[in-house]
Write a protein that binds this ligand. Structure first.
Ligand SMILES: Cc1cc2nc3c(=O)[nH]c(=O)nc-3n(C[C@H](O)[C@H](O)[C@H](O)COP(=O)(O)OP(=O)(O)OC[C@H]3O[C@@H](n4cnc5c(N)ncnc54)[C@H](O)[C@@H]3O)c2cc1C
Length: 348
């Protein structure tokens, strides 16, 4: 929550600095419990929200139905409404960070591919680009997302994550039932989350056995990568019965789009942020576990504080790259451990 809160603060700062809006949509969120197990999660969320001063209230079925015109509330035992939760277009946020950084003096070099990390003895001293350019630097941060381990491999360091397929479905437009900017939902008992999308509903589902990918099979452009798109229907078939209690006509609902991509999962479902001890001057920020948009501001702040030797605003031990000991991210067994972290994820 501290990391996510930092992202909200970054958005405010960037908007003030650039004098333009990043289009944050404050639609609120509703977490729904229909079992003892998920009620415990709601209680934990409530406790954390109260601790961080984030507005939250339990609402009854009638109010839930008003806020979510598509939901069948019979299966809803408890709804926790957090009215200040928001979503944002991740491309706009990303370009906001880049523009703000440039405004503050950072030199950006878009469309450059790093071929390798340069070493000198036991330290990293820069990067070499695929066009042969060598850039020296006292500190290098590997934030290459799903590809981060490909840059680490020649250094014999394994970062403890693997890319795991994440996906969502978008229904056809029905503006009355799925009004723009109605609250997003987290429904742990259906392994689902939903969010509004210009008059349609985005439905995210987590299958019981998530699909990991070997990082060495990733292509440069994800448009070229085979995400085994037959999952569009097999996963929907598996998960629809769970969601049907809340969305009774899921079997007949027209689905307009399917989106799949790699999310970098870590066995304990916590991010990887900090120094890579084997190489002086090398840091990493990765393993976003499906939360890199929401927590990116806090992840960046923590990394900056560690690099600058400042007192970190959260406990960095939680995110230490070496917390699992030596791992081989190219082994199937390790990739499976990471995929299990997504399969077992309950929250949003
Ligand atoms: C379907 C789906 C839904 C998601 N929903 C959410 C959500 O609701 N909320 C949320 O918070 N997160 C969500 N996520 C996760 C979020 O998208 C990721 O956590 C986030 O994008 C990770 O950011 P990153 O910067 O670590 O990696 P990336 O965004 O992958 O960026 C890494 C960058 O490094 C570049 N790169 C790689 N190798 C090199 C190289 N050798 N040289 C130079 N550049 C290189 C890549 O081109 C890429 O641009 C979702 C992900 C998916 C797939």
């Amino acid at each position: 929550m501290e990391l996510v809160q930092e992202t909200y603060d970054c958005i405010d700062e960037i908007e003030a600095l650039l004098g333009e809006s990043l289009g944050l949509q404050t639609c609120g969120s509703i977490t729904i419990a229909s079992s003892e197990a998920s009620l415990k999660e709601v209680e934990a969320l409530e406790e954390a929200a109260n601790r961080f001063g984030i507005p939250n209230e339990r609402i009854g079925r009638e109010r839930t139905a008003q806020l979510l015109p598509w939901i069948d509330t019979e299966a809803v035992d408890v709804s926790l409404y957090m009215p200040t939760d928001a979503f944002i277009d991740s491309a706009l946020l990303c370009s906001g960070y880049a523009k703000a950084a440039a405004r503050l003096g950072v030199e950006l070099r878009p469309n450059c591919k790093v071929a390798s990390l340069m070493t000198e003895g036991d330290r990293i001293c820069g990067v070499e680009l695929t066009n042969g350019t060598r850039l020296t630097a006292p500190v290098v941060v590997n934030a290459a997302g799903a590809w981060a381990n490909l840059l680490m491999r020649p250094l014999h360091v394994g970062l403890p994550f693997t890319p795991v397929r994440s996906h969502f479905w978008i229904t056809a437009i029905d503006r009355e039932r799925f009004p723009a900017n109605h609250p997003f939902t987290v429904i742990p008992d259906a392994r689902a989350f939903t969010r509004s999308d210009v008059g349609a509903l985005i439905i995210g589902l987590r299958e019981s056995h998530c699909q990991p990918f070997d990082p060495s099979t990733l292509t440069n452009k994800l448009e070229d990568f085979d995400f085994r798109k037959e999952a569009e229907w097999t996963v929907l078939d598996e998960c629809a019965p769970l969601l049907k209690r809340y969305l009774h006509d899921i079997d007949d609902l027209p689905i307009a789009h399917y989106m799949a991509g790699p999310s970098c999962y870590v066995p304990d479902a916590k991010f990887i942020i900090g120094p890579v001890r084997a190489w002086k001057g090398l840091f990493t920020v990765t393993g976003c576990c499906g939360g890199g948009v929401a927590a990116g501001g806090g992840m960046g702040r923590l990394a900056a504080e560690l690099i600058m030797g400042e007192t970190p605003f959260v406990d960095p031990a939680l995110f230490a790259p070496e917390r699992f000991g030596e791992v081989d991210p190219f082994s199937e067994a390790f990739q499976q451990r990471c995929a299990d972290a997504r399969s077992n994820k309950k929250g949003g």
